[in-house]
Design a protein around this ligand. Sequence first.
Ligand code: DGJ
Length: 730
Amino acid sequence: MNKIVALILFSVVSMYTKAQTVIPIETKDFAMVFKTDDQKRLWNIYFGKPLSNKSDYNKIDLQYNFQNANAGMYNSIYTPSGTWNISEPALRLKHADGNLSTDLQLLNYNSTQDGAVTLTSIVLTDPLYELNVTLFFKVWKELNVVEQWTEITNNEDGAITLYKKASANLYFTNKDFYLTHFQGEYLREMQPVEQKLSQGVKVVESKLGTRAMLLGSPNFILSFEDQARATEGNVLLGQLAWSGNYKLEFDIDSHQNLRFIAGINPYESSYTLQSGDSFKTPSLIYTLSNKGTDLASNQLQSWAKQYRVLDGQGDRLTLLNNWEATYFDFNEKKLSRLFEDTNELGLDLFLLDDGWFGNEHPRNNDDAGLGDWQVNRKKLPHGIGYLIKEADKNDVKFGIWIEPEMVNPSSDLFENKPEWVIKQPERPAKLYRNQMVLDMTNPEVQDFIFEIVDDLFTSNPKLSFIKWDCNAVIYNAYSEYLNQNDIDQTHLYINYVNGLYSVLERIRAKHPKVPMMLCSGGGGRVDYELLKYFTEFWPSDNTDPVERIFIQWNTSFFYPAITMDSHVTNWGTQPIKLKTDVASMGKLGFDIDLSHMSDNDIEFVKGAVKNYNSFKSIVLHGDQYRLASPYENPYASIINVNKDKSQAVMFNYLSSNRFMEQMTKRPIRLKGLNTNKNYTLKEVNLYPGTTSVIDHTKVYSGEFLMTVGINPVINTKRTSVVLLINETNK
Ligand code: DGJ
């Protein structure tokens, strides 16, 4: 650390430790302030604009009434339980001596700075027990992004049991609170539900074990004072970065303040922590904005690209996937034709999907073979290496699908290693898509999964991509490994996820850069912990373009376009142009069979791939702004602008079929451009034989485009319009 920074931080620390301690956590536009009482308990006293005079923070709590004799603690920085607190706790545990009470006092705190990041750690301790709780706040000040997690350390004489161990416990004193959370279903991922929070606890959670997002997602938008708006108001956009069961509790207390507790779902997850050990919770990641969701989402996307997503500033490969083109029914000849198609369309990579493995139990359907990762000799007698060479001859890279955490009962793996499978020993098996989940708590299973991936890469050094699927939820949660090793079954859900992370850590240590796609029969599994290891994810199996407009719209609040795999498939009866234009707003791919397409459609796709390659750096690396919401208009519009604001791509889609609604009746205001620059607009991705109604010779100022706007002329004959916006000197 730079010595001057260290000195300043030291003086700040000592300034506050004299009397009551005040600890501000500041981002560019927001501050959260914590303050001790005379018993060194630490309270959350402020969330709002940073104050220029830091000593003013000390006076804030005098202006509020945070006490409630009935409830005990409302604004604790990490609400303990078992003493005089009777509101919802962040921490519930049993001490080594069996006592259920915990109290927490400030022991010390520390702040360090490293480049753009400030890390503050606050150590709390129980005055009666050798138990420390350290709260971590990692702040990217300029981006208003905070990553928060907690570490609980047991220095007692024996093991303690953690019942509830939240990642974060925040407190907000604004007037009103609106929560948007995202419910889901297979094929209906990321459906927003917005509601005004009223007194009581609103819970958003998952108990599904693996693909935790199938019914709901750990992403949320909190809007303060008013409903979430695009360009106005204070909002917090957040997510619990945990790939298993999560629980988000929004608790309006009797003073109408909001207590927010987020963490691993305590459901069947009591955790025994041995003496001397620490438990690290997952991170709550959030961004704060005083200019609505546009800025919030912009900040989160920038943070993700710069600091979180694997290769977040790198390139991405366009691809042809054979899943919907062939399903399980393929052979070398069919694949060779698809390699040619990949090349003909101008795509970078061919992705071989499910069905390439299993011999005793061939994977010709989804009811057999999962777990037997040997090449199916009948379909592919010359193996994967041969396919990679054939693809190479067509100047196409090669990628492959795996689902390594899963097993079909009809497989060699299940027959040989039944003890590796999560299932109740005395109850009938319950299958999800004919499959079961392997026990990732077992180190042997972790080795097995590591080796599947490692073998694929080491025996095929030119393998360029992996699609990692995960289709089943955990039913009948029981681990034979935990049983054999005398570990409580309530460790299963947590150790599963940590087992997965540790396998991914090993894979990335050996194969750091190869792109990998997260898939889960749709958007059932993505978060910012997994995106440390994956370059991208599959938001939904639903590729009907109109449905996708909505799914991508909502997903893009939290994830940048560079992570969002968007494929053109046979779903939906809409024209190929709408499908391709919708897919072009993310990372473009195709899952189509050229032999079923008209010449015009093929010509269109070839042109669209060329166009995509010409503007993909703007989509992948630029700043994204939502211009027109499909929830408020019969159309949707989104723009990506490059860093120096000299180029942009604007995507416009018709999203409603209601009579007389089917056109843009007024201009759409652009965002993100330079007011003082001049621009031209050129429509691209025109279907063969059609011409554009947009005059590409007209020059518009940035001011005009952002104040008056332009009409892309969307109607039933022009259901999607892609505009390239270029700076001009004219
Ligand atoms: C579910 C995925 O979402 C699909 O894209 C495909 O890979 C299938 N699994 C394969 O079983």
